[in-house]
Design a protein around this ligand. Structure first.
Ligand SMILES: Cc1cc2nc3c(=O)[nH]c(=O)nc-3n(C[C@H](O)[C@H](O)[C@H](O)COP(=O)(O)OP(=O)(O)OC[C@H]3O[C@@H](n4cnc5c(N)ncnc54)[C@H](O)[C@@H]3O)c2cc1C
Length: 381
């Protein structure tokens, strides 16, 4: 089967690794000519981490991750509203949840996909479907024919734009930006995630083995695009003044390196399948980071797709795509809904609404809000 994967991120390399093991050698093209180490922390839920086993990436994932033991939710003054033992939840669902740097996870997935025909610095400029073949034109002017094209080119998918004629359709801007940077480890955040939910702000500390990823979510400042790093750091510090000590310590390190603004945008494509072209991962359903489940869904969905394609021949591609969509889409969209519910609770602006939310959260555990994420581990895909 002739398979083209567009985009070498989480979903693309997962597909490559699993297709190779199913006896299919895919072609994978990636727009950037060289991967940088851009990106911060990624946590994988067990339903997704388990898919790393057949490609040999699992051991590296466990070695390079910090196991997440607890989740602590505080209000903006530091009062604990909820504390949850991840080991207890994970005991129920049998698995390991670790947090590692995105670039390290990508390296592991790429090693698993070693053997694919990969081309860096390449994109697609034309797609034309005819009967049972997709004619593709590449950015270097070359062409190729494929039985199936899998678009794993991320939340702003150019392939999706090409298919539906719009680069904006399906995108939702939540009006918030998460500013993120690395900060040294602190005793207050040993090996658990700690979040401070304030009014109009959320500050999270996500530990890795050697450092912490600080994420400060706040309404997108006016004129952000033209702000200097110094102005960004000053705006974030001002917004979170009055938050407790661990936040202040992380803020003190905001000027050590680069603070990266991450627009809180998600995406829901109406269609995942267009003939023999499928949208996969964020290109199909792009996540807010609020439930920390975006990469898990992209990886798991890609593995399910490789499973279906691995059992099909070229003539059965449409059926394989349809079976994949039936297995993956309800789960992925339920998890996206959980991320959105959490976003609505996190991104409240007024202090009265925040107080009402805090009262409710003292009695309503967050794993109940995100129950579909837990179910993704206990129900078949
Ligand atoms: C640089 C970067 C940093 C990130 N940092 C974090 C983070 O710190 N924490 C977190 O939770 N999530 C992060 N994410 C998002 C997270 O990795 C994804 O949401 C998730 O893993 C979904 O995976 P995906 O494979 O669908 O998309 P992605 O992992 O985003 O991969 C898409 C890939 O497609 C490539 N691409 C884009 N357009 C084209 C094109 N036209 N032709 C060919 N290739 C193309 C991109 O360069 C990228 O390699 C980051 C994503 C990126 C791209």
């Amino acid at each position: 089967m002739r398979v083209l994967i567009i985009g070498g991120g989480m979903a693309g390399w997962t597909l490559a690794g699993h297709l190779l093991r199913a006896g299919i050698t895919p072609t994978l093209i990636e727009r950037v000519s060289e991967y940088s180490r851009v990106g911060f922390c990624i946590g994988l839920y067990p339903f997704s981490a388990g898919t790393l086993r057949p490609t040999g990436a699992y051991e590296g994932y466990v070695d390079q991750s910090l196991p997440v033991t607890t989740y602590t939710m505080c209000d903006g003054h530091g009062e604990v509203m909820q504390q949850m033992s991840f080991s207890e939840v994970l005991g129920r669902i049998q698995g390991f949840m670790g947090m590692l740097q995105r670039a390290d996870l990508l390296d592991l997935l790429r090693e698993g996909g070693d053997g694919a025909r990969a081309a860096m610095g390449m994109s697609v400029t034309g797609l034309q479907q005819e009967d049972d073949v997709v004619h593709v034109t590449f950015s270097d002017g070359s062409t190729g024919d494929f039985d199936v094209v899998l678009a794993c080119d991320g939340i702003h998918s150019a392939t999706r734009a090409m298919l539906i004629g719009s680069s904006e359709a399906g995108l939702t801007d939540w009006g918030f930006t998460a500013f993120t940077w690395w900060t040294p480890r602190q005793d207050a955040v040993a090996d658990g995630v700690v979040e401070y939910w304030g009014a109009g702000g959320l500050f999270g500390l996500y530990p890795l083995p050697d450092r912490i990823n600080a994420i400060a979510g706040m309404p997108t400042p006016v004129g952000l695009g033209s702000m200097s790093q110094e102005q960004v750091v000053a705006a974030v510090r001002e917004h979170f003044q009055g938050y407790p000590e661990p936040v202040q310590e992380a803020l003190a390190h905001a000027s050590d390196g680069t603070v990266f603004p991450w627009a809180m945008i998600d995406q829901k494509a109406d269609r995942w399948i267009h003939g023999r072209v499928a949208l996969v991962g964020d290109a199909a359903t792009g996540f807010l980071p609020t439930a920390g489940v975006g990469a898990s869904n992209a990886i798991k969905s890609a593995q399910v797709l490789a499973d279906e394609l691995g059992r099909a021949d070229a003539s059965a591609v449409p059926l394989a795509l349809s079976l994949w969509e039936q297995r993956a889409r309800p789960k992925v969209e339920a998890n996206q809904a959980a991320s959105r519910t959490l976003a609505k609770m996190m991104f409240v602006k007024g202090s009265t609404v925040a107080k009402a939310r805090d009262l409710m959260l003292k009695h309503y555990p967050v794993d109940k809000v995100a129950k579909d994420v837990v179910k993704s581990n206990t129900e078949p895909w």
